[in-house]
Design a protein around this ligand. Sequence first.
Ligand SMILES: [Zn+2]
Ligand SMILES: [Zn+2]
Length: 392
Amino acid sequence: MDFSLLPQIAIQCLLGASAIVFTELVRDAYHIAGHYWQPLKRGHNLHHKAYRPDLTITSLEMYQKAQLNNDVPEAIAMLGAAAILAACTQLPVLWIGCLYSLVFLIPAVARSQGLLLQTDVTHKPGDLIELPKPWIVNRTYHWRHHFDDQNAYYCGHFTIVDKLLGTSLALKGKTVAITGASGALGQALIAELSKHGAKVVALTTSDRAFAEGIEVLHWQIGAEEELRSRLQKVDIFILNHGVNVYGDRTPAAIQTSYEVNTFSTWRLAELFLETVTESSHKALKELWINTSEAEVNPALSPLYELSKRALGDLITLRRLDAPCIIRKLVLGPFKSQLNPYGVMSASGVAWAIVALAKRDFRDIIVTINPITYILFPIKEFFQSLYFRLFSK
Ligand SMILES: [Zn+2]
Ligand SMILES: [Zn+2]
C-alpha cells in the first residue's frame, strides 16, 4: 500500500462527510422555514397533521399529501443545494451530497404514492423506547417536535442546528420542580426558568416567602415519599438542596452531610424515576442533579466533597439505565448562604445552566476553574465505563 496517499484519502473522506452534513443543514433550514415562511407553511402543516401522538398516521390520504407537499420538496431542496455546492466548488467528492439526498428523495416519492411506508423511520408508530439521543435524531427526539413544542427540536438527523439555536430542550409550559428553592441558586433558577415559560414548583424546607405565581411545597428530609403524587405531574425535577458543614468532622456532621447531600437527594431521585411510567415520559421527563464541582475538585470542605462525590458516583451508576434523561449540574463556587466567598453570581450560574440545558448538555459544567472542564468529562467517561463493565 502506498502510504503517501493517506493524507489525500483522509481529505476526500472529510470533504465527503462535510457534504453530508451540509445537506442535513439544508434539510433543517428547510424545516425551520416551514414553520416561519408562509410559502412553505402550508405543506409543512400537512406534515404535522399527518401523525397521532403514538405516531400512527391520521389517514393515508393526509399522509400521502404531506409526503408530496413537504418531504418530497424538502429532499429536492437538499439535492439542489448539494448540486450547486458541488458545481460551484468543482470538487467531485462533494457530489456525495446529491447521492445522499437521493436516499431520501426516492423513498419520499414512493411514500407519496402509498408505498415503502416503513422507510419513514423517525415516525415509526408505537411506544417510545429509547431516550432522546444527544447527537443523532431518533424517534423520541423528533416526537417532541410534534407533541412537545413545534418551535423546538427542528433537526432531522444531526442535532447541530438545535444546539446552535438553543432549541434542543423546550421549557415553555413545562412543570419544573426544584429543591433548595430558598437558596441563592434556587431563587435564581426559579427566575430564569420562569423567564423561559416554565411553571415552577418551589420545594423548600424553610418558611421563606416566594414570588406570586410560584407554587410552594414544604417538605422534610426523611418524608420524601409524601411528594410522590405531586412529582407524578412534574416534567423536570431539579435536585439542588444541600448542606455544608465546612470544617466540622464530628459524627453528627458526617451523618448530616450524607443524609442531606447524598441520601435524601438519592431518595427523591428514585422517587421521580418511578414516575416515568408512560411512553411520552421518556421524551418529556428529566432529572437534573446538582452534584457540584466537588465531584472532581476540592471544595475546602471535606464532608461536602465526600457526600457530593458519593451522590455523583451513584448518579453515574444510575444513569447507565435510567428511564429518562439525567443531567448533572457540575457547578463551581458561586455566592450563596453555603458559600459567602463564591466568586460567581447565582444568577449568572442559573443563566448558564438553562442555556446549556437548552443545548442538551447532559453534564452541565459552570465554573471558573478550567481544570474541571478537562477533568470531569474524563472522570465521567472512565467511571461510567468501569460501572458498565462491573455491574448489571
Ligand atoms: Zn415529523
Ligand atoms: Zn415541523
